[in-house]
Each structure stands twice: as structure tokens, then as C-alpha cells.
Design a protein around this ligand. Structure first.
Ligand code: HEM
Length: 342
């Protein structure tokens, strides 16, 4: 079954119911911004946002699924060693040490998202050679796709350098899992300097995009080893998901939308779906089941503008996790997939 037929099936079954560059560090000889800034490239590449947009808008027209894929790519970059473009690096041929990209948890990130960033980098390099980091291009592209799918537009702060380290072994412990509990999610998010509110708000990115059956199939047939479905799934959704994802022998490539009502539209339906027991992952539904996070889910379900406002701020916050500045920890790669030092 293809992505579109999967979506159609679910839809049919469910529809009727309802830098500043001023901060100079003495002795370093390098211009190191203390903070990211919207105008970081004002002198060196003022048109960077426009250059990236020329690629993202075309890509979105050709293949809308690249939107959610790129937003997820940015999230996985930021959570593993900071927003430093390290997820874009390829494993060196012949090397035993795999790069982040080749970690099990990143295997399902669609190639189209990597290719889009590569294309954007090529366009940016043609106008502003050696200036803009891959990490900043990824942050700008993620914002573009939030906006292109109907979400808020926000200014992207820039000034990230690309990281020199990309290790698959760092991935697993730094990413949440589809069956993470709220306690586990909170622990992970707070370890990145993010709050409970950020967790609930950023999870709203699941308003768009798709997940493979393996991420939630145990909820359908054998919830917590009971041999029964998860009681917190709406029975109609359960039926539809079971048709898409058999217990055994299903097609591993089949995906299903997070938001069955508006899968390509970035909106707050994700939260009303949680209220209606229509969360796809256990980690999504847990945000409504847990009394600590439920009140915010309810607020965001009612107020799209509030969600947009909070989401833009939370993306800015996530986009500043672990950023690198300067040559000691960073580099500006010409090709996002290859470390300079190689
Ligand atoms: C809170 C904990 C989170 C968990 C447990 C989680 C887990 C997942 C999983 C399992 C998938 C499906 C992957 C697949 O089967 O291909 C997915 C997709 C996705 N995630 Fe998350 N995620 C979380 C938070 C986030 C955040 C913070 C963002 C961005 C701000 C995000 C953005 C996305 C997007 C856009 C997709 C769809 C990707 C696509 O369609 O290609 N997620 N996530």
C-alpha cells in the first residue's frame, strides 16, 4: 500500500464521524557572536533566507512529504550534540565509526530531506561561498516547511557553526522513543534545557507527517504485553490502523499519517485528536493522559493562534540547543556531508 492509499483509507474510515557580529573576543582573532541573531549574515549573505526559500518552495511543490521530513531532520540534529548540522554528515567510506545519519533511529529519515538541504547549500554557496553553515541552512529550511504547510512564519536566528563530531553511538540516548513515558520525555527535554511546555508544544509538529507501522503496532495488538489493544485508542482509529498495519507480515514501508484529519496541514488538530483518543504514538497520547501535560493540550486544542505563537518560540529555543561557535568546536562545511578536517 502506498502512502496516499494508506491515508485515503484512514480518511474514509474516519471522516464521516465527525550576529549581531559585534562581539569580538579578545585574542581569538575570530568574530564570535554570543548569541544567535536574525541578522548574523547581514553583511556576508543578506539574501540567505531567500536563497533557501527558492529551494524549499520548489521542493514542497514537487513532493510535500519532504516538509515534515525536514522538520524532523532538524529536531534530530538539535537533540544529538546540538543544532550543528552533524546529522548531515556521511559515514567516511571504510570507517568503522558510523555517523549520526546511519544510526538505527535515523534510518527512516527520508533521503529527500537530506537532498533538499544539499541543494539549498549548493544554491547558497553559489552566491555566498564559504559563509553560511549547514546547520543554519537546516534551521531555515525547517522554518520554511513549517510555514509552507500552513504553520507560523518566524524569523530564524542564525550563527550556528557546523559540528566537527557526528557519531551514531550518541543518537539512541538523545532521542525520544515512540513509547517513551512522559517522565522519560521530560527527563530528555529538560536535559536539553527545554521545559514541559516546550515538550507539549513541539510535539505539535506531529500535526503533519507520517509514521511507520513498527512505531505503534504493539499498541494495536499487544499493549504492554496484555495481548489486547491499548484502551486509549479510539475504536474506529484502531480498526483503521489494524487494516493498515497487520500484526505479522505487514509491509515495513507502509506509513500512516499522524493527523488523520489534516495530515498535510500544520494546525492544532493534533491536540484535538489527542482529546479524541486519536493520538498515533503512545508518546503522543501520553501527553493527554498525563495530568501534568493535559491542561496545555486542552488549551492548544482550542486556540490555534496560541499554538502557533508558542510553537515559533519553542522552535527558536530548540534551535539554540548546543550550538557551536568558533573554530575550536566548529567548522563551516562546503559540502554538508563531509567534515572539513577529513
Ligand atoms: C516528543 C517526543 C517525540 C517522539 C517520541 C517522536 C517520535 C517520532 C516517530 C516515531 C516518528 C515516525 C518516524 C517514522 O516512522 O518514519 C516521528 C515523526 C515525526 N516527528 Fe517526531 N517525535 C517526537 C518529537 C518531535 C519533535 C519535537 C518534532 C519537531 C519539532 C518532531 C517532528 C516530527 C515530524 C515532522 C515527523 C514526521 C516525519 C515524516 O513524515 O517524514 N517530532 N516522530
Amino acid at each position: 500500500m502506498t502512502m496516499s492509499s494508506t491515508f485515503l483509507l484512514l480518511f474514509l474510515l474516519l471522516l464521516p464521524c465527525s550576529p549581531s557580529q559585534a562581539n569580538l573576543r579578545p585574542n581569538s582573532g575570530e568574530r564570535l557572536p554570543r548569541q544567535l541573531s536574525v541578522n548574523y549574515y547581514a553583511k556576508t549573505c543578506p539574501q540567505v533566507d531567500r536563497l533557501v526559500a527558492s529551494v524549499t518552495s520548489q521542493q514542497f511543490q514537487d513532493s510535500p512529504a519532504v516538509g515534515p521530513a525536514t522538520i524532523r531532520l532538524f529536531f534530530h540534529d538539535c537533540f544529538v550534540g546540538g543544532c550543528d548540522g552533524s546529522i548531515l554528515v556521511s559515514t567516511r567510506p571504510g570507517s568503522k565509526q558510523l555517523a549520526e545519519k546511519d544510526a538505527e533511529d535515523n534510518k527512516d529519515l527520508p533521503m529527500a530531506a537530506f537532498e533538499g538541504i544539499k541543494k539549498a547549500k549548493t544554491v547558497v554557496e553559489s552566491k555566498c561561498p564559504g559563509v553560511v553553515s549547514c546547520a543554519d541552512i537546516l534551521a531555515i529550511a525547517a522554518r520554511d516547511f513549517v510555514h509552507l504547510t500552513g504553520g507560523p512564519f518566524y524569523q530564524v536566528k542564525k550563527g550556528r557553526w557546523d559540528g566537527k563530531i557526528s557519531m551514531a553511538s550518541k543518537v539512541r540516548s538523545n532521542l525520544p522513543r515512540a513509547n517513551s513515558t512522559v517522565d522519560e520525555l521530560l527527563k530528555l527535554f529538560t536535559s536539553k534545557g527545554l521545559t514541559m511546555e516546550d515538550l507539549v508544544v513541539l510535539s505539535g509538529a506531529h500535526s503533519i507527517g507520517f509514521a511507520h507501522c513498527k512505531q505503534f503496532v504493539s499498541r494495536l495488538y499487544n499493549h504492554k504485553g496484555t495481548n489486547q489493544p491499548d484502551p486509549s485508542i479510539d475504536p474506529r482509529l484502531l480498526k483503521a490502523l489494524k487494516m493498515t498495519c497487520p500484526r505479522f507480515g505487514g509491509n515495513a514501508d507502509v506509513v500512516t499519517p499522524f493527523d488523520v484529519t489534516t495530515p498535510f496541514s500544520f494546525d492544532n488538530a493534533y491536540y484535538s485528536n489527542l482529546e479524541a483518543k486519536m493520538g498515533l504514538l503512545a508518546s503522543d497520547q501520553a501527553l493527554f493522559l498525563d495530568p501534568r501535560t493535559r491542561p496545555l493540550v486542552q488549551i492548544l486544542a482550542k486556540d490555534k493562534q496560541k499554538f502557533f505563537q508558542k510553537f515559533a518560540l519553542a522552535m527558536e529555543k530548540m534551535g539554540s540547543v548546543g550550538v557551536k561557535r568558533g573554530r575550536k568546536h566548529g567548522e563551516r562545511r562546503k559540502d554538508c556531508s563531509i567534515h572539513l578536517s577529513v
